[in-house]
Design a protein around this ligand. Structure first.
Ligand code: SAM
Ligand code: SF4
Length: 326
């Protein structure tokens, strides 16, 4: 799958649910969202059929995301179904890790190779405040421990940097990589409908993050771990792990984009932001061939996103990233 700008698309992020067991301040409103109806959500068989359509077209990597993918308790069944495609080289997971201690072993057995874990602070009270679910820190730490025991590799930690909430922990997070073979990635806060004030007021650019990190030690550009997408990676001399920055606002990374997204209700989205999407679910349920629809979606994949700080305009009316999988 090559788009009109010559980008090779071989990666699909599959959102298996719009629901979540956390309410991160930058993502989901405290009262939740208008959840999708059960019948509008793709079944595992339907997701597998869509992947089966895209594999001969060049799909090679799949990531499960959400909402929180582990709230769909039988996710290992889907992972197994996708792992049966020999062409799929990499199956990964983005999770808040709250349920990972329980579900990690089955997911590993089913075929998940590696995990990205969201963790916005190393302090229990802050994680509980940012996620607006008391007790989450402890469970996330248990999930992280189980992820290490199970040998998921590389473990990537995603930190959304929020001024006044966790930006004083940038150095602490980065220093973890001296001893752990993890990749700690700092993400710029992106504007969506539910966080316009926060994302405008509490924005910290990754340039600032890098300046702070260079003040503690030399930082060398490195190639980065398996599956590097939009992040740019660095490492401290002699460090086991790497530090990454993801800069959707300060530096647009769209020229390297290699992905499309499938929402829980079957919309194929060629870009995280904007309002371009095509509906695969209804076509699939009507027995239509999906190949021309995927080709058409590839053709209209935009050159770049047009996010504007403090505005919903560029995000195409998206209320929360949980609606598209992030
Ligand atoms: N629930 C899972 C998790 O949190 O990892 C997967 C879905 S979540 C939408 C995927 C990623 O998007 C997470 O790393 C999260 O921190 C990030 N994210 C959500 N809203 C964001 C925002 N407004 N700006 C930047 N990153 C955001
Ligand atoms: Fe849930 Fe992930 Fe959004 Fe947090 S970032 S509310 S864990 S979907």
């Amino acid at each position: 799958m090559i788009d009109q700008f010559g980008r090779k698309i071989e990666y699909l992020r599959i959102s298996v649910t719009d629901k979540c067991n956390l309410r991160c301040v930058y993502c989901m409103p405290l009262d939740g969202l208008n959840w999708l109806k059960r019948e509008s959500i793709l079944t595992f068989e339907e997701i597998t059929q869509i992947v089966g359509t895209m594999v001969p077209m060049g799909l090679r990597k799949v990531r499960f995301t959400g909402g929180e993918p582990l709230v769909r308790k039988d996710l290992p069944d889907l992972v197994k179904m996708i792992a049966e495609f020999p062409e799929i080289e990499d199956i990964s997971l983005s999770t808040n890790a709250v349920l990972l201690a329980e579900q990690g072993p089955r997911l590993r057995d089913a075929g998940i190779n590696r995990v990205n874990i969201s963790l916005d602070s190393l302090q229990a009270d802050r994680v509980d405040a940012i996620s607006r679910r008391p007790g989450s820190f402890e469970r996330i730490m248990q999930g992280l421990e189980v992820a290490q025991e199970l040998g998921f590799e590389p473990i990537k930690i995603n930190v959304v940097v929020i001024a006044g909430e966790n930006d004083d922990e940038i150095e602490d997070f980065a220093l973890i990589t001296k001893d752990k073979p993890w990749s700690v990635r700092f993400i710029e806060l992106m504007p969506t409908g539910s966080n316009l004030d926060l994302s405008a007021r509490n924005f910290v650019s990754c340039q600032e993050v890098l300046t702070r990190l260079r003040a503690i030690s030399d930082l060398h550009p490195v190639r980065g771990p398996v599956g590097n997408g939009p992040a740019t990676y660095y490492s401290f001399p002699g460090a086991e792990g790497t530090v990454g920055v993801i800069t959707p606002l300060s530096h647009n990374f769209c020229d390297k984009c290699n992905r499309m997204r499938l929402t829980a209700d079957g919309e194929l989205r060629p870009c995280l932001f904007g309002d371009i999407q095509t509906n695969l679910r209804d076509a699939l349920r009507a027995g239509r061939d999906l190949v021309p629809i995927v080709e058409e979606t590839l053709e209209i994949k935009p050159e770049r996103h047009h996010l504007i700080q403090g505005s919903m305009e560029g995000s195409g009316g998206l209320v929360a990233l949980s609606q598209t999988g992030g």
